[in-house]
Ligand binder design. Sequence first.
Ligand code: CS2
Length: 469
Amino acid sequence: MKLNHSTLDRLPADARRPDYIPSQQACGIVHLGVGAFHRAHQAVYTDAAMNAGERNWRIMGVSLRSRSVRDQLSPQDGLYTVSTKSEAPPEIRVIGAIADVLVAPENPAAVIEALASTATRIVTLTVTEKGYHQSAGGGLDMSAPAIAADLARSGPTTIFGFLAAGLDRRRQGSAGGLTLLSCDNMADNGKSLARSLDEFLEQYDPTLADWTRHNCSFPSSMVDRIVPATTDADRRTLSETFGLEDAGAVFTEPFSQWVIEDDFVGPRPGWEQHGAELVSDVAPYETAKLRMLNGTHSALAYLGLAKGLNLVSEAIADPQLGPLAQCLMREEAASSFSPAPGQDLSHYADELAARFSNPALPHRLAQIAMDGSQKIPQRWLSTLSVHQEAGRETPAILQALASWVLYVRGRSGAVDDPMRDQLARAWQSAGHAGIAGALFGANGLFREHWIASEAMLEQLDKHIRTQLT
Ligand code: CS2
């Protein structure tokens, strides 16, 4: 029997379920990129707000590509469970916050309609780094075929094409502006969304660019919860203990954090009553998270995979990788920026080490290794450039970077990365003796993010050679 409205009363008494009648709540939010992370994070905070009596904040999910989440959730009336995994007993909670999931390629008009609806006040995004089509220099990559197609109005398929069409409809009607809240792991995610959308709209319709500047806001936010991809085995165990099948189930750690810049043009749910933090400047939290958590994650991923390990918990327990991870977090990442008053980076590092060690949450290194070209600039390269300028050594990040360079050579399988072809070409023409310079030298592929000094290039080169053997 499947989880849905009519089977809710069969749940074990201790499973938390919505205190509101989901079908009676209107949508106030459209979310682009309704993957497992969103379902275990923002949807949970929004569900809590509705449990506490707030109304009409359900989420219309949008999948930009795949239909799998819609196929999982629609037969379940949008309901799904979030279960925590740790050494403590699991907590299972049914979430009613997602009203439906639209699959953009199947029905682009419905997505535009949802964005244009007067009831929609906030659009949130978790479309991963590559969904922003950033150029190496940080703005929008106008040469990306999908962006060019959306500008030629033969789409839309990208977030920019959809947002432009939705905002245009709002401008023509009386729906007013929107808060566009990026929840992706990027530095200054709000500002970069604002900048890229502005660049897109300037080409699409400059009067809409102007209207958007005056009517919309783009708060930055830092999101944090480790959410491994759900496996069939997870679903089976859940249905055995729970008595109901849940195709949309997500499994996560107990920890969850959401720091949001307080810059909304209209109403919003009282997320701060349910654990979120509304602040005037997200930057120190975002930087700490990207450089300490995500930076360490990526290091464990590439170095761990090279050693034949599979999980984050195995990599952090490894006698070489554990100390390297500690050095990366505590010495290299934590000393590369100024914390906010009261932000305790040493305590943060302790918490991260414990979270990475969670034996109950199998988090695959291969999941983290994906899309490295989009991740390493904010996770490692900005840290490297700070320390290079100050003349400080960064042995842990350089070792991790060397293992990423070797990973994208693709010897152990296909590399899942939007820059895969460019990286393969760099490897073909430079070979192992020149690859460090081809990527991080003065004319390197990553020159907009970091140009390595002679000394740093030499060290990187040395790590590449050592790891090759
Ligand atoms: C991970 C993140 O896959 C990755 O690259 O580093 O998804 C990480 O688990 C989250 O950012 C944690 O909040």
